[in-house]
Write a protein that binds this ligand. Structure first.
Ligand SMILES: Nc1ncnc2c1ncn2[C@@H]1O[C@H](COP(=O)(O)OP(=O)(O)OP(=O)(O)O)[C@@H](O)[C@H]1O
Ligand SMILES: [Mg+2]
Length: 232
């Protein structure tokens, strides 16, 4: 289901960018030509024309952001280092959480599904930090070592409430953490969530498949894949 959803997101992101985005770019150009003529011929419409131009530009921006969030094009084109750097740069500008990203510039490429799972894990962890932790800082560390990827996202917020933390190993947690688990199930790896009054740390390891292997061959039992630790 997750793979189907990812493909669908990729397709919608591309369609939005290539069709609605391109059409809007043309509308924007035509509007600005029209506005120039109209400014001289009928200045009484100036205000409406300017407002319309502003709305078109806002819509262009929204389409770009939605398309990017659905599926960052840089991930397929340039890999994790570029896609995550750009993502974090944008968040650092737009929010009051200071995020640091530690990933080697020569991190290299990974199979497409591994890159996507790492990106989504970071995305969900950061969304949780914004929405729930109250932390002013977040640190992401991604390392690669001999067939193994380690991803760590840490905050210094108030921690996951104990009643939520005990629900995490079962189906009780929100869609976000459950989604992380579901995504990781197609690889052999481990997910640990440690949380306490000094903050939360999501720690994930993923073995990189040597060759593109079928999901059946890499699938592990949930028990192997998920471990939750409750204190920091
Ligand atoms: N970094 C964090 N700091 C504090 N609490 C957190 C953090 N991450 C998760 N939580 C808590 O764990 C719960 C489960 O998180 P999860 O991402 O699964 O669901 P959600 O964020 O509530 O909803 P969504 O389905 O939109 O992701 C959250 O509701 C929140 O209470
Ligand atoms: Mg969430």
């Amino acid at each position: 289901m997750m793979t189907v959803q990812d493909e669908e997101r990729r397709r919608i992101a591309r369609d939005l960018h290539d069709s609605s985005g391109q059409l809007l770019a043309v509308i924007d150009m035509q509007l600005s030509t029209l506005a120039q003529d109209l400014r001289k011929a009928a200045p009484q419409f100036n205000e409406q024309v300017e407002e319309t131009e502003r709305l078109v530009q806002q819509l262009q921006k929204e389409i770009r952001t939605t398309s990017y969030l659905l599926h960052p094009p840089l991930l397929d084109e340039a890999g994790l280092f570029s896609a995550l750097s750009r993502y974090v740069e944008g968040l650092n500008k737009r929010s009051n959480v200071q995020i640091t990203l530690e990933i080697a510039p020569n991190f290299g490429r990974l199979p497409r599904d591994v890159e996507l799972v790492v990106f989504r894990l970071v995305q969900e962890s950061l969304a949780n930090i914004y929405r729930h932790s109250g932390s002013e800082t977040a640190r992401i560390r991604i390392a690669r070592d001999e067939g193994m990827i380690t991803v760590e996202v840490q905050d210094q917020g108030k921690g996951i409430p104990p009643e939520k933390l005990v629900e995490i190993p079962s189906e009780g947690s929100g869609v976000g953490i459950r989604g992380m688990r579901e995504r990781l199930r197609q690889f052999s790896g481990e997910l640990r969530i440690e949380s306490g009054e000094n903050g939360t740390r999501v720690w994930v390891t993923i073995s990189i498949p040597q060759t593109p292997v079928s999901k059946e061959r890499t699938r592990t039992d949930e028990g192997d894949c998920v471990k939750v630790f409750t204190s920091i």
